[in-house]
Write a protein that binds this ligand. Sequence first.
Ligand SMILES: *Cc1c(COP(=O)(O)O)cnc(C)c1O
Length: 362
Amino acid sequence: MSLVEQALPYVRAISPYLPGKPMTELAREMGIPVEKILKLASNENPLGMSPKAKKAVEAAIGGIERYPDQFDLIKAVAERTGLVPNQVVLGNGSNDVLDLIARVFLAPGRSAVFAQHAFAVYPLATLSTGAELISTPAKNYGHDLNAMRAAIRSDTRIVWIANPNNPTGNFLPYPEVRAFLETVPPAVVVVLDEAYNEYLPPAERVDTAAWIKDFPNLVVTRTFSKIYGLAGLRVGYALASAEIADLMNRVRQPFNVNNLAIAAAVAALDDHSFVAESYELNQRGMAQLLAGFKRLGLECIPSSGNFITFKLADAAVINQKLLKQGVIVRPIGGYGLPDWLRVTIGSEPENTRFLEALEKAL
Ligand SMILES: *Cc1c(COP(=O)(O)O)cnc(C)c1O
């Protein structure tokens, strides 16, 4: 009997996560120098990291022999979100906190609800606990909250919602999310993943942290990987009732966020001009890419994030042709969208290069 057969059957049944192709990997495969490669595949910030965060990382290297202390970042996040520190749980990326929530509430014999074309980490976090995943059909490529409400069973413990969603970019207006929360049984946790929250126009943003007092079953997650430009440091957080946060902390590795990430995140949170600049760049890049897709006659899904998903006659062939030109975007066949590619909005010259490469590929 092989060791593989000894593994938990629900672990063996998981399809692995397919990350965006690393630049170094394409460089090896195609013999292209890595500095000539354009990666628009993982929704990373084209401006890099905030200069303040960079300084903080450099200063924090001095204390790297010490185990990390999360106090400063928890305090900063609590102050920013209007909650108290024991409602903040830090993660090694927000991916980590999604996993913690799953481990607190899911197990074999329980279920979680998620939407077709929603973020791939929800199936992973769910299935790795042995719980059942209930998938509801998408509405215009986004979450159908009525279908999700109807799919909740007596054994359901978590509903996963990404707003905006990745990879489709769909945005659910917040009054609809609030109306949904009103109808969900109080024993079901609703995870509202707001990884792209800072890319929303101010008029569409809502202080969802303030909803936790009305809905103790609400957990809001956010990340420093996207607009804050710290994807490689791995830091994100969850906002929850003190009771849920306490449970999450019991299954959390005590030192899950490293010293450099903590220092960078504290500084990044305060660098308002970097965040504003990143937002503005994204708005301009969105207009540039939408105009480009229109010119090329390509359909795309309206996006509220820092990426756009667009449709092709043969996405796999076009993807290969882009790779040959050193341009990495994201195939999303694994999300049930085999005819589509997702491109991250880059700087103006990056978007221009992408559109030129795409036109050539077509
Ligand atoms: C990128 C992303 C995250 C954040 O991932 P990290 O682990 O924080 O890097 C979370 N949710 C969605 C929907 C995302 O697209």
